[in-house]
Design a protein around this ligand. Structure first.
Ligand code: 13P
Ligand code: SF4
Length: 332
């Protein structure tokens, strides 16, 4: 997205603060956002916690520093609020991998299956689903579904595969992947581990099995942060988008966090290119102009809300609870 404003001489932090008050806005940020956006946010969280915050806030405006499916989720849950996303091009490879018409056709071929769908998808795919899950709520929700119920899990085949191995549930997996978590290299990870033999590895379940097999902990971004806090040692290898390390270093300044490497050892391939589109300048413009704004046709919103409501009802807990926990892969 091109910006036409001249920002010379503008104190962006002060201006964003002023506009936040003027607009009665809340700034929500995901852990994969640039440090300056995490630092200015009112709340930083994982996908589940951000959804709950968006639903509970009494602000008039939600400025969502994350990707489009997250801002859409906020709009679905809080339709009376203005939801702005600093850059409307902030998509997600998982969302792109699951076009609604193909998903509808797949569902039609398997009428006896319910669709348990990762929140990283479009509002249209949410509307075609029965229950949405996030990485921090998936296992608890799966445990509430009767064992004889057949399940389609999409769009992340890595998260679906991890859940299937961990719980022994046989699910039909949609073949989508996160380009960021696919970029981690087992060879490079093992080289890094050899340099830091005492350091555990914490990984996001969007990573392929070949990476998760080496993890001491698998969980959502918030789960990884909690693990970092609780671990006995002082060094952690982190196999997820590296901007989360900013939050770890803030909360645990005496510990040492090392990002897991991508294929050539020092590429930027595990920085999420979609999350990276948001900047302080674009956040300022979004609060000033209340654009770009998430708009949604009411029928679609209501259909998508059903599967999100099912998630919120089944996930239980309050913000900051519930996760995939220690890696206990069956067959390890
Ligand atoms: P969580 O923050 O829910 O773990 O999700 C990670 C992610 O990839 C968001 O796009
Ligand atoms: Fe999508 Fe992966 Fe980026 Fe998350 S990290 S927004 S799953 S592309």
């Amino acid at each position: 997205m091109e910006l036409t404003t001249n920002f010379t001489g503008l104190d962006l932090r002060a201006e964003i603060d002023r506009l936040r008050k003027e607009r009665n806005a809340v700034i929500l940020a995901h852990y994969y956002q640039k440090p300056e956006l995490q630092d200015i946010a009112d709340f930083v969280g994982d996908s589940l916690d951000l959804s709950k915050k968006a639903q509970a806030t009494d602000a008039d405006v939600i400025a969502f520093c994350g990707v489009r499916f997250m801002a859409e989720t906020a709009k679905i849950l809080s339709p009376q609020k203005i939801v702005v996303l600093p850059d409307m091009d902030a998509g997600c490879s998982l969302e792109d991998s699951c076009p609604p018409e193909q998903f509808a056709a797949f569902r039609a071929k398997h009428p006896d299956h319910i669709a348990l769908t990762y929140i990283n998808c479009s509002a249209e795919v949410k509307a075609l689903s029965d229950v949405i899950v996030t990485s921090s709520s998936a296992e608890a929700i799966l445990a509430k579904i009767p064992l004889d119920q057949k399940i389609i899990f999409g769009p992340d085949r890595n998260l679906g595969g991890y859940l299937a191995r961990k719980t022994g549930r046989d699910m039909l997996l949609w073949p989508g992947v996160c380009i960021v978590h696919e970029a981690f290299s087992e060879t490079e990870l093992l080289k890094l581990k050899a340099q830091h033999p005492g350091a555990p590895i914490a990984a996001h379940p969007e990573c392929p099995a070949i990476i998760l097999d080496h993890a001491d902990y698998v969980g959502s971004t918030r789960g990884i942060l909690e693990y970092a806090n609780a671990m006995p040692g002082d060094t952690l290898i982190v196999a997820t988008e590296p901007h989360i390390i900013h939050q770890m270093e803030r909360a645990m300044p005496t510990k040492h966090f090392i990002g897991a490497p991508g294929a050539d050892g020092n590429c930027n391939c595990n920085i999420c290119p979609y999350m990276a589109l948001n900047t302080m300048e674009k956040l300022y413009v979004a609060l000033r102009d209340l654009e770009p704004r998430i708009e949604m046709e009411e029928g679609l919103r209501l259909r998508a809300k059903k599967s999100l409501d099912a998630m919120l009802a089944m996930a239980g807990g309050t913000v900051g609870q519930g996760d995939l926990g220690p890696a206990t892969l069956t067959g390890d």
